[in-house]
Design a protein around this ligand. Structure first.
Ligand code: SF4
Length: 218
């Protein structure tokens, strides 16, 4: 059983899967505590905010309500959309054992992606695409795990200033395990975008822009 904050259809706007019609499954609870987090309503799975599955599947706003759902109930919900790519996000989805859910979704014909901070061991079906957005030195006190980095298919790193590049380099990411690193300009600022272009060009990395914001979707 997993605590689900929301399920909605959109276009994946970031990194390698950018442009892919996707069903986003947002799980509740995250201990990482990034100060700039735009999903603070997902941080705590407060029993007082538990609601019915029907309320969660009908939800259209960012709120701290959540419902406990089994993998089969989640499958039924995502089958109600047209997209055949499922993005499991949070919150921190890797805080949970995602083997049963990712296996069921993949065996049912979906491709599956997990977006995680890299601070937890990643328990997923081997065909799951794992995007690590490393959260380094956050107030929650968790560290980015080597085993998470080794499981990642790509890294997506938000960059606002040169120190953000230094933090990423300090992880000593093994290149043989990490074929693609995406730098994502913070808030699409001109300065951050210029820095991302410079660093990506110098290091043969990539630049990820949040295309969903240009498309005007969530
Ligand atoms: S890991 Fe994600 S959900 Fe958790 S605090 Fe950081 S930005 Fe927010």
């Amino acid at each position: 059983m997993l605590p689900v904050n929301e399920i909605f259809e959109t276009i994946q706007g970031e990194a390698c899967k950018s442009g892919t019609p996707s069903v986003f499954l947002r799980l509740q609870a995250c201990p990482v505590r990034c100060p700039w987090c735009d999903s603070k309503h997902t941080w705590v799975a407060d029993p007082a905010n538990q609601v019915s599955i029907a309320e969660i599947t009908a939800k259209v706003e960012d709120t701290n309500t959540w419902a406990m759902m089994s993998p089969r109930e989640i499958l039924l919900a995502v089958q109600g959309f047209r997209a055949r790519h499922v993005v499991i996000t949070g919150g921190e989805p890797a805080a949970y054992d995602l083997q049963p859910l990712t296996t069921l979704l993949i065996k049912s014909g979906f491709s599956v992606q997990v977006e995680t901070s890299g601070t937890h061991a990643i328990q997923v079906h081997p065909c799951t695409w794992v995007t690590i957005s490393p959260k380094i030195g956050m107030p929650g006190g968790l560290v980015v795990l080597d085993e998470a980095l080794r499981r990642g298919n790509e890294i997506k790193h938000c960059v606002g200033k040169p120190a953000d590049i230094e933090k990423l380099l300090a992880l000593n990411i093994p290149r043989e395990f990490m074929p693609m690193i995406w730098l994502q300009p913070l808030s699409q600022s001109r300065k951050a975008t210029k820095l991302c272009i410079q660093e990506a060009t110098a290091r043969d990395w990539r630049v990820s822009i949040q295309t969903h914001k240009f498309l005007g979707v969530r």
